[in-house]
Design a protein around this ligand. Sequence first.
Ligand code: TRP
Length: 451
Amino acid sequence: MTDGREQFSSRLGFTMAATGSAVGLGNIWGFPTQAANNGGAAFLLVYVVFACLLAYPALMAELVIGRHTRSNMVTALPLIATHRRGQFLGKLAGLYGVLVASLILAFYAIVAGWMMAHILAPSARVIGLPAFSLWLTDFSVSRNVIFCLIFSVLTALVVANGVRDGIERWSTRLMPVLLGLIVLLIGYVFTQDGAMQGLKVYLIPDFSAMTEPRLLINAMGQAFFSLSLGVGTMLIYGSYIRQDENLPIAAALVTLIDTGIAFLAGLLIIPAVFVALKQGVEIYDDYGSLVAGPDLILQTLPVLFGSLGVAGVAVAAVFFLLMTIAALTSSISMLEVPVAFGMEQMKLSRCKSTWLIGAIIFALSGLIAIYFDWLFVAVVDLTTKYSQPLLAAILCIFAGWILHRDRLLGEIRSGYESVESSWFWKIWPPYIRFVCPMLIIILFVQGIIGQ
Ligand code: TRP
């Protein structure tokens, strides 16, 4: 079944690509913001529990389906189903996944574009181009569209180069740089006044916040977003994994690294915001909660960097470069979903599929950028809050109920000989059959009712 199909070259290659996909703006921006707004350490705790108990099993389900069928989600789900109705539903879910992945990329590329603009802004100011610097940091359709275009072209360039020479090579190069930069920046922020106050907010839990439905649904959404679940990203990466790879361990590694980097990002961002507070930046809104969304990073951090003088220019550039790198290794994994679909279903070459679909998604980004106030939050909510958890539940149902148990076992055994006698095999199958779909649906319904 593997004839001619692209593959990651090694275990490291897969791990780097999959963690590259998982680690992105969701970790470095989304996670700290959510933690800050949902009871600090309480959110952190709930998040870790969800990452292990919900996201990890769902990630395994996607990887197994991907490697077993060696195809994209639209082909994969009907391949597993034995009955007509299942095949039809599978195809529908697959198409919906491709659509959601594309929509996520459409808004993600806009945000990534902001990060790129902020790399240049401080230097533009220092070298005497204040108007240009202002354009770079001010919210305008022209800036949003131009930087989104640059970022989209970068994404397409990597994906057009294929699995090994594009995705794997660049993820392997960029991920360690990212980690190094985060650690350096944490070291720096910790020496600043105010950092300890931020650390307290982040690490001392407010347990009363823990049972709030809003916190639970936010933590679930964040976990699924962060591990790139539901839309077939991990499924398609799974389809490029070698047959001798131990899937439960690979998935555990990806979950651990992703959660670890989210935790580290919290250690960087939350103290940094409180350092900014010490320097006179307003970090609370009128309701007394921390500034949310884009503002948290885009308004507070540049002030912090600005107070450092010339050194701040370099630190700011490094920080936003880091964000851009993280976003790029994620965006390539989103684009790979529709691109693989274009190659396998519509028989396009990789190059054609990449540029054609890239152009369509960029057009969507353009629409979102122009009608930003109407569309942005709506698209984010539709895709990440509602579609991703539901699709993840469907994938668990396909792996748990529809894929025959012997085939499931056979797939995991390849790369993990003794799986049948392991704890994993005792817990995971019933888990994705019952616990995951039910928990997802309960939280989902509760989230809607609790709005
Ligand atoms: N996980 C990435 C992040 O945290 C984003 C991402 C990549 C993603 N691929 C995805 C999110 C697919 C949802 C679906 O930033």
